[in-house]
Each structure stands twice: as structure tokens, then as C-alpha cells.
Write a protein that binds this ligand. Structure first.
Ligand code: NAD
Length: 263
């Protein structure tokens, strides 16, 4: 399918793993030059980068900005413009999770989750908007969560950050509504990534359950479809929002959660 994105340029934060990696791959396959970002082994990251570049023929670059650092995020945006000549699509995806009752929640974990899951979106959007305004074209896609709409116990920092992402999304959307730019949030339910794998293992240990039972009775208990959301399903939503067809969608949160937040 041709999404009309050939020749555009994107940054996908947190794209060395999971959802971000899948989105970066889908954008590259659609003809978009991509800046990858995220933590990991430099050798493995370089292998991923060059593999994607060779497989798709687009330019693929990597910037190691730490999403807790506003200065590094601004540098990543400048790097993208310098390397790729433009910036059409910003996918704010990097995120982490930590599970604890609120009265025992480590304060440094709270600060880290708010920084990576929420404040990094602010820094990236702040740096990207002047470029997008100059081009009169831009698509900002924030990967929030079903937890941007509803809560679960013990995920206080994550739920607060993701609700914050929806507030930021709507505010930015109103500010840029006439500038040829859109800003939207995607709210996925559970996707089977390393982040969720960690939760499955931790929950199995904490509750003395098998990992299979945790998937069935805990993780997917909230997801009426009883199935993980696939990378292809998520990628389809990102490509739609990035395309001309998605140009009228602004300030929206799009749920992709197997019915979780319908209840
Ligand atoms: P993941 O752990 O597989 O990937 C997270 C990415 O973020 C990695 O590339 C990691 O290196 C990067 N990252 C973490 N801390 C960073 C930092 N300080 N600086 C730069 N990069 C950093 O996780 P995932 O499941 O793919 O999650 C991606 C996003 O999707 C997150 O925002 C998450 O909240 C959201 N989400 C995930 C699910 C799910 O079920 N997996 C559901 C809803 C929303």
C-alpha cells in the first residue's frame, strides 16, 4: 500500500526495541528516512540501523539522546534536520514502566517515568515545531496507552504520565491547527514487547503464578479480545495518521485496545 510518504523524514524515539522499532521499520518500508533512538548495545544498534537501511533503501540514522535530558532531545531534533534535511513525522514512543503501591513508590522512579514518558514528549515537540512550521507540514504522533484513559492499581507514575500525554496532545493540537501540522495520541492496549514481558515475569514471581496464567488471567484480563495488539495493527494507525488521509485528525486519542476502554 502506498501511503504517499516517500521522501519524508521521521524521528521515532525509543526505536531500539518493541513498538518503536516496529514503527521505524514500517515508516522506512513506506519510503520515509528515519532517525532511530533508544538505549542498547551500540554494536546491536548499528547492526539494526544498517540492516534497515539496506533492506529499505531509505536513509536510517541513529541518535542516542537520553529521553530524561531536554538538551539531548533538542540535539536529536537538530541532528535529524541536519542529516535528513527535513522533519515531517515525530513519533514520541520511548517509555518505561514501574509497578508499586503509591505509598511505597520510589521517588526517583516517579521522576524517571514522568521524565521519559511525558516530559520527553514536551522537549521533542518544542524542538520539532519550528521546523514543521517552516515546512507547513508535520505529524506528531504520541504513543500514549489505554492507561492514558483509565487507571490500573500500582501504576501511578505511568498512568499519570500517560494521562498527561493526552493533555499535552490536545494543547499542541489547538496551537498548531492552522499550521499544516497535526498532533494526535495513540492509546494501545497490551502489545507483546520486552516491556510487557518484564511485567509478565515480575507478576508471575510476585503472585506465584505461571507466566501463561499471568498472560491469560492478569495481563489480558482487561482486554476483552483476549489477544495482544499486533505490531501490524499499530503500524497501520501510525501510517494512516502520517498520511494525507489522516490530515483531518487533530487532537484525537485513537484507542487500539481490543475493547479495553469501551467498558
Ligand atoms: P520497550 O521496552 O520494548 O521499548 C522502549 C524503548 O524506549 C526502547 O527502545 C528503550 O531503549 C527506550 N528508552 C527507554 N528509556 C529511554 C531513555 N531514557 N532514553 C531513550 N530511550 C529510552 O517498550 P514498548 O512496549 O515497545 O513501549 C513503547 C511505548 O509504547 C511506551 O511509551 C509504552 O508506554 C507504550 N505502550 C506499550 C504497550 C505495550 O503493551 N507494550 C501498551 C501501551 C503503550
Amino acid at each position: 500500500m502506498d501511503y504517499g510518504l516517500k521522501g519524508q523524514a521521521a524521528i521515532v524515539t525509543g526505536s531500539t526495541s518493541g513498538i518503536g522499532h516496529a514503527i521505524a521499520q514500517a515508516l522506512a518500508e513506506a519510503g520515509v528516512d528515519v532517525v532511530l533512538n533508544g538505549l542498547g548495545d551500540p554494536v546491536a544498534i548499528e547492526a539494526t540501523r544498517s540492516q534497515l537501511e539496506q533492506a529499505t533503501g531509505v536513509r536510517v540514522r541513529y541518535h542516542g539522546a537520553d529521553m530524561t535530558r531536554g538538551d539531548e532531545i533538542a540535539d536529536m531534533v537538530a541532528f535529524a534536520q541536519g542529516e535528513l534535511g527535513r522533519l515531517d513525522i515525530l513519533v514520541n514512543n520511548a517509555g518505561i514502566q514501574f509497578v508499586s503501591p503509591i505509598d511505597q513508590f520510589p521517588t526517583d522512579k516517579w521522576d524517571q517515568i514522568i521524565a521519559i514518558n511525558l516530559t520527553s514528549n514536551f522537549h521533542a515537540i518544542r524542538a520539532a515545531l519550528p521546523i514543521m512550521k517552516g515546512q507547513k507540514h508535520g505529524r506528531i504522533i504520541n504513543i500514549a496507552s489505554a492507561h492514558g484513559l483509565v487507571a490500573s492499581p500500582f501504576k501511578g507514575a505511568y498512568v499519570a504520565a500517560k494521562h498527561g500525554v493526552l493533555g499535552l496532545t490536545k494543547t499542541v493540537a489547538l496551537e498548531i491547527a492552522e499550521a499544516g501540522i497535526t498532533c494526535n495520541a495513540i492509546c494501545p492496549g497490551y502489545v507483546h514487547t520486552p516491556l510487557v514481558d518484564g511485567q509478565i515475569k515480575d507478576t508471575a514471581k510476585a503472585r506465584g503464578m505461571s507466566e501463561e496464567a499471568v498472560v491469560r488471567d492478569v495481563i489480558l484480563a482487561a482486554q476483552p479480545s483476549k489477544q495482544f495488539i499486533s505490531f501490524d495493527q499499530l503500524n497501520g494507525m501510525v501510517l494512516y495518521l502520517a498520511s494525507a488521509a489522516g490530515g483531518g485528525v487533530n487532537g484525537a486519542h485513537l484507542s487500539i485496545d481490543g475493547g479495553w476502554t469501551a467498558g
